[in-house]
Design a protein around this ligand. Structure first.
Ligand code: F6P
Length: 743
């Protein structure tokens, strides 16, 4: 509106100035027309009355002539009429002849432009016409017209002109305002469309706005500008952002417009377990859960997972939902129920007897059965249907977790073509030769390539995946951009090193280090001054627990001064107990611990304390805080979050981390004592070094490691994926294929 006024007011002023100049011109013009009319009229009257006047003059009756004139001047415009026989005569005139008109001075009224005079009621027009006769050769007729009607008409004309200009101004203004509004709106829309990035590339189907020819010249520049801004924002995010739950929420609401988040994993973050009359809520021992739970607390949304707890069905509503965390609900778990056959085939069989050993170099043979594969396909389909039913929009962001769901990304895309599917593979990806063992390798690769983004912990695993795709399926691989295109659908393969929440939940650090030291030793039956090392794992053969115990044994062999003074405490959460390999492994671990304890014998504090049971995070943190060292000896591990938890627990800057070179974490934490778990001597030396490391060195190493985990925390892990998803969606919009990264 303000904009329209800016147009209209100057327009009005121009029109007023125009009217001011034009009206007097029109007035002058019409006056001259009237004068010309009156001249013609006078000639006509003169011609008309000539004969009757001559007759009356010839009759010599002045009275008769004056009466004749009186009759003629009844015409309202003819004000007066007179006849001069000669310049010296007295005029024979009608009643109102102005005195100024005299027979001896008639010539003056014949000069053009000077035949007007002012009468009582306004202007008078004087015309003189010769009317000679034999008796009076110099006779002249004088006609005086009343011009007041001209003035009246002039006033009327001015009034009409005024109305005309006002009307004209109104119409022109109205048209101007409408045109201005329409074109401004169109321009603004077009500009907005450009700024949103629409129409910058190929969009022939777009209506007017962004494709309008006037925008084309600036479209390219804007596109470049947007890219520059985007990369600037991203690089700033990388280096300067302080990653917190708020950062994550801001990304979700700002960059992703508060889009719906759905997480899919096999393991659920809270398990309801029945103990007699009581229902207990447990947090499973899972790196995946440790990482994703704080993300879901920050972002809300729905977490779809297998309902595996004995009291899970009792805890859900009629939609199979339960709000968690129980004390302060922030998101929903949607539980999926599996039959014992499905669980055996999909989880124990294909995922954990097939893919797990396939992807880990732990020298356990993978077992692939077609019946397991059939369950794996069916359960993936079941979860895809659940994603579709939980999605509140057509384009949700779906975070698919791990090797249990290799087929799910493609199935989700079939259900929700506009979804952005971010898949994270929490375990290593093997080289192509190893992966070739899998009989359904093509199906698995095609399933994963339904993802918009596919994430691994390390670049090495990204490269292995791309090499595998290149080897086994007909897909276009761009190694520079690390993208794979299958059937026109592009997947970005990216490295996102996973981490933990920073700072850790305050309740985990609430007990001071001295109390933790005392209580842990008392609980384990160890003397207060005992030096202890800690290991926290699921009882999985990939974790290198056997190798760890062998290293402790070797230490005590090589450095007997530690016998009775040093104890290694191993917390081992039971896992995948239905699989033979795991049961055997558990038995081996228990036997080896007993054997070593027996060897370094009675009368001393034990060399190894093995606790095969589930521990809640609060208890685990007490052990971390109580120990001199933490030993992570995985034979192969995607990342290993125990490593980062130990660092987070040591706010006293004490404690030494011994870390297997075969974990993803080893690439990030050179301040740890990096070891080869297969080399017992080297590991024993590392244990000795850790136990004798000066406090100042412990502090320096721990500070550096804490700085890294603080900066590269789990909010950054998820934030980077969400930012990449946002960029991808933006590019998808540009190419009119939401959720699909632009080529
Ligand atoms: O390492 C892969 C992984 O999914 C981890 O994320 C998690 O710690 C572990 O396996 C959980 O295994 P499960 O769910 O079989 O107990």
């Amino acid at each position: 509106m303000r904009l329209s006024l800016r147009f209209v007011i100057p327009l009005m002023l121009v029109l007023a100035a125009f009217a001011y100049a034009v009206v007097p011109l029109v007035d002058k013009l019409t006056l001259s027309w009237f004068i010309r009319d009156l001249d013609s009229r006078s000639t006509l009257i003169a011609n008309t009355i000539q004969e009757p006047l001559e007759d009356r003059l010839a009759a010599g009756s002045r009275a008769n002539v004056i009466a004749f004139f009186a009759k003629i001047t009844q015409d309202e415009r003819l004000y007066a009429i007179a006849y001069c026989a000669s310049p010296n005569s007295r005029p024979l005139a009608s009643r109102f002849l102005p005195k100024i008109i005299r027979c001896d001075d008639l010539d003056r009224w014949e000069k053009p432009g000077e035949n007007l005079l002012s009468g009582d009621n306004g202007l008078l027009h004087v015309t003189v016409r010769s009317m000679g006769s034999e008796a009076a050769p110099d006779g002249r007729l004088v006609l005086v017209h009343d011009m007041s009607f001209v003035e009246r008409r002039s006033e009327e004309t001015k009034r009409y002109l005024f109305y005309f200009f006002v009307g004209l101004a109104a119409v022109v203004s109205l048209i101007t305002v409408i045109i201005a509004q329409l074109s401004w709106r169109g321009w603004v829309q077009g500009m907005r469309a450009l700024l949103r990035g629409e129409g910058l590339l190929r969009q022939p189907e777009l209506p007017v706005k962004a494709n309008a020819p006037e925008f084309r010249p600036i479209a390219r520049d804007l596109q470049r500008l947007m890219r520059e801004l985007e990369s600037e924002v991203l690089s700033r995010d990388e280096s300067q952002l302080h990653w917190t739950p708020e950062t994550l929420r801001a990304i979700l609401h700002g960059e992703l417009h508060g889009e719906d988040i759905i997480v899919v994993s096999n393991r659920e973050p809270y398990i309801h377990v029945r103990h007699g009359e009581q229902i207990e809520v447990q947090r499973p021992a899972s790196g995946l859960v440790t990482a994703l739970e704080p993300i879901m607390r920050a972002c809300s949304g729905t977490w779809i997972a297998h309902g595996s707890g004995s009291a899970d069905r009792e805890a859900v509503d009629r939609h199979d939902h339960v709000a968690v965390p129980p004390d302060k609900p922030a998101y929903n778990i949607r539980r999926i129920w599996l039959t014992p056959e499905e669980e055996a085939g999909y989880y124990s069989g294909f995922a954990n007897e097939g893919l797990w050993p396939l992807c880990h170099i732990a020298h356990v043979r993978p077992t692939f059965r077609s019946s397991d594969w059939a369950h794996y396909v069916a359960v993936n389909r079941k979860f895809a249907k659940a994603v579709a039913s939980e999605a509140k929009t057509r384009a949700p962001i779906v975070l698919v977790q791990d090797y249990h769901f290799a087929l799910l990304p493609r199935m989700i895309r079939e259900e929700l073509p506009e979804a952005t599917v971010i898949t994270f593979w929490h375990i290593p990806w093997p080289n192509p030769e190893s992966f070739a063992i899998c009989p359904w390798r093509e199906e698995i690769l095609a399933g994963l390539l339904g993802s918009s983004i596919l994430g691994f912990h390390t670049q090495f695993h990204c490269n292995n995946f791309v090499d595998t795709v290149d080897r086994f399926i007909e897909a276009r691989v761009d190694r520079a951009a690390l993208t794979v295109s299958l059937g026109g659908k592009l997947t970005a393969v990216r490295r996102y090193p996973i981490s933990i929440a920073w700072p850790p939940e305050p309740e985990l650090l609430v007990k001071d280090v001295e109390s933790c030291r005392a209580q842990v030793r008392a609980r384990s039956g160890l003397p207060p001054e005992q030096l202890i090392g800690i290991g926290v794992d699921r009882l999985d053969y990939t974790k290198g627990i056997i190798e760890r115990f062998r290293a402790v044994e070797r230490l005590l062999e090589l450095k007997p001064e530690w016998v009775g003074r040093f104890t290694f405490v191993q917390i081992a959460a039971p896992t995948r107990a239905s699989i033979d390999e795991y049961r055997n492994h558990e038995a081996q671990v228990i036997a080896l611990a007993a054997q070593i304890n027996a060897r370094f014998g009675p009368g001393h504090a034990p060399a190894i304390v093995l606790k095969v049971e589930h521990h809640e995070a609060r208890e685990v943190y007490e052990y971390y805080r109580a120990a001199e060292l933490c030993f992570v000896s995985s034979l192969h591990d995607g990342m290993n979050l125990v490593t980062k938890e130990f660092i987070a627990a040591r706010d006293d800057n004490r404690g030494v981390l011994i870390l297997s070179q075969f974990t993803g974490a080893a690439g990030e934490l050179p301040e740890a004592l990096i070891v080869n778990p297969y080399d017992a001597d080297q590991c024993a030396a590392a244990l000795h070094l850790a136990l004798t490391m000066p406090q100042a060195e412990q502090r320096d190493r721990m500070r550096l490691m804490r700085g890294l985990v603080r900066e590269f925390n789990v909010y950054r892990w998820a934030g980077r994926m969400l930012l990449d998803a946002a960029t991808m969606r933006q590019r998808g919009r540009l190419t009119e294929k939401p959720g699909v990264p632009a080529a």
